[in-house]
Design a protein around this ligand. Structure first.
Ligand code: ME8
Length: 510
């Protein structure tokens, strides 16, 4: 049995879910549904990152304790993904006791092996990023992310001998071209590794920060938040037992945005090497969603919230836009205007109209009863069938490369072919001649079949829409698209339902 293990980042509980978090979570969900439809056993992990300075500070600002604060925001993430229909298998929190145990076990192992040492370090530290910055990394003396001057601090801490694994990591990346993808991020990591890799400070003294996992070998310190959080990918699987871990871990596919390339592409694999664990299979890195009105921020009031999008436009419309508009690996722009244009053109007009048109004809001409196919081998029928076979093959190769936008284009190519088929065959003209009615019945049978396969192909991307189309067709939702047997799905006398509008046109105030 083939397997895949998909992960999203563990989101910080200092902000509520927005467009960016939703994108990564939606692609993870789409991949999981896609792999399941291919007969692959898929496991999806998501959750929240709850320790560290950032969270302690956010809790203080909210006048509460870090754990209570984390409980509240973590629950918001979880219920948001539930409402959005995300098919995660487990939701992990870095404050879960089994996770804490695994982190401490790995720390002990690495410490005992001599790859963690005690030392003193002075440097410029950004509290927002929770890390030290070298002079070279600062832009005009400021942290490039927070645009604030870092604070100089000097303290004794524990360090992980990350530098020791530099060559081993470079060799692994070189001999596994798909380890970090797309290529631009792989090159970025390799470029970074051309300079000597410094050791990583993995502790914070309790005098400065208490909100973290205590180091098992020194109670005066807590674990650096990244060293804790990355381990979730292992603890979230080990929870299901060692066999489960061994079966899924080699197929681990992390999904992250470019902001956290370095911890995932450098810290994490070297940590795994030191812990004596095999490396993940792939790190899949996407770009950033940019708002056309500037950086998404509370103060600008341009934060896109998944539940608001779902309520106003439906989750599938939102999913469609996210998957169709971003080229995996590159940045994309979000604007309500482009959202409305996309949804109206592709979903309301193209797909929506096709579905209602076909079902309306079936009602009007045959009271919903599907007519026999007969032995006709009309050229147009053949072409329609081939359009779907091609779409399915293209979709598979695009999904292999995480080209979600191309996969959707492939499906819409088949939808276009179906619309063309209606124009070519002209059932509404033929129906006027009674002796041509059996052919009209046949044409509609092909069209219903086209809708059935469209629904099957769409289901990982737009699961609710796929179900609706299948329910209009009055067929089981478990019907799969693989190797579609054209015409085998509607037995004699099968009746399809009347359509209801799939995607209402979004009207905007002029
Ligand atoms: O970094 N565009 O958590 P985080 C696209 N806790 N994706 C975006 C985005 C945007 N504008 N904004 C956020 C952390 N994301 C750590 C991770 S993992 C062990 C620890 C998504 O809450 C994207 O997936 O800041 C990005 O990598 C992630 O949210 C960062 O989430």
């Amino acid at each position: 049995m083939e397997r895949i293990y998909l992960t999203t980042p563990l989101y910080y509980v200092n902000a509520e879910p927005h467009l960016g978090h939703t994108y990564t979570t939606v692609i993870a969900d789409t991949l999981k549904r896609y792999y399941l439809s291919q007969g692959v056993e898929a496991y999806l992990l998501t959750g929240t990152d709850e320790h560290g300075d950032k969270i302690a500070q956010a809790a203080r600002e909210n006048g509460t304790e870090p754990k209570l604060y984390a409980d509240r925001i973590s629950a918001i993430f979880r219920s948001t993904w539930d409402s959005c229909g995300i098919s995660y298998d487990h939701f992990i929190r870095t404050t879960d006791s089994y996770h804490v145990e695994v982190v401490q076990r790995i720390l002990t192992k690495i410490y005992e092996a001599g790859d963690i040492y005690f030392g003193e370090y002075g440097g410029t530290y950004c509290f927002g990023c929770e890390r030290f910055y070298t002079e070279k990394e600062l832009i005009e003396g400021k942290c490039p992310d927070h645009l604030k001057e870092p604070t100089y601090i000097r303290e004794k801490n524990y360090f992980f001998r990350m530098g020791k694994y530099q060559q081993q990591l470079v060799d692994h990346i070189r001999s596994n071209p798909e380890f970090i993808r797309p290529e631009r991020y792989r090159s970025e990591v390799l470029a970074f590794l051309r300079e000597p890799l410094e050791d990583l400070c993995i502790s914070r003294p309790k005098s400065r920060l208490q909100w973290g996992i205590p180091l098992p070998f020194d109670s005066e310190y807590v674990t650096y938040v990244w060293f804790d959080a990355l381990i979730n990918y292992v603890s979230g699987l080990q929870l299901r037992g060692e066999d489960f871990f061994r079966a899924f871990w080699p197929k681990a596919n992390h999904l992250v945005a470019k902001d956290i390339l370095k911890p995932h592409g450098i810290f994490w694999p070297t940590m795994l090497m030191a812990a004596g664990l095999p490396l993940y299979e792939r790190l899949n890195v996407h770009g950033y969603w940019i708002m056309d009105s500037g950086k998404m921020s509370k103060s600008l009031g341009n934060v896109v919230r998944p539940l608001e999008m779902k309520e106003r436009y439906g989750m599938d419309a939102f999913r469609y836009f996210l998957l169709r508009e971003m080229v995996f690996g590159q940045d994309a722009t979000f604007s309500l205007e482009s959202f409305v244009t996309r949804i109206n053109a592709d979903l309301a007009n193209n797909l929506g109209n096709l579905v209602s048109r076909v079902l309306a004809m079936q009602q009007r001409y045959f009271e919903g009863i599907v007519q026999p196919l007969g032995a006709s081998r009309a050229e147009e029928d053949q072409q329609l069938r081939e359009a779907f076979v091609r779409a399915e093959a293209d979709l598979e190769s695009h999904m292999e490369k995480l080209h979600f936008h191309r996969a959707l284009e492939a499906i819409w190519g088949a939808v276009d072919s179906t619309n063309r088929y209606i124009v070519q065959t002209g059932p509404f003209v033929l129906f006027k001649e009674p002796e041509k009615r059996p052919r009209v019945g046949e044409i509609l049978h092909h069209l219903l079949e086209a809708l059935r396969v469209t629904a099957c192909l769409l289901s990982p991307f737009l699961p609710d829409t796929a179900e609706k189309i299948k329910s209009f067709l009055n067929i089981s939702t478990s019907v799969s698209a693989r190797h579609p047997v054209w015409g085998g799905c509607f037995p004699p006398g099968h009746t399809v339902r009347k359509p209801i509008v799939l995607f209402p046109r979004i009207e905007t105030e002029a």
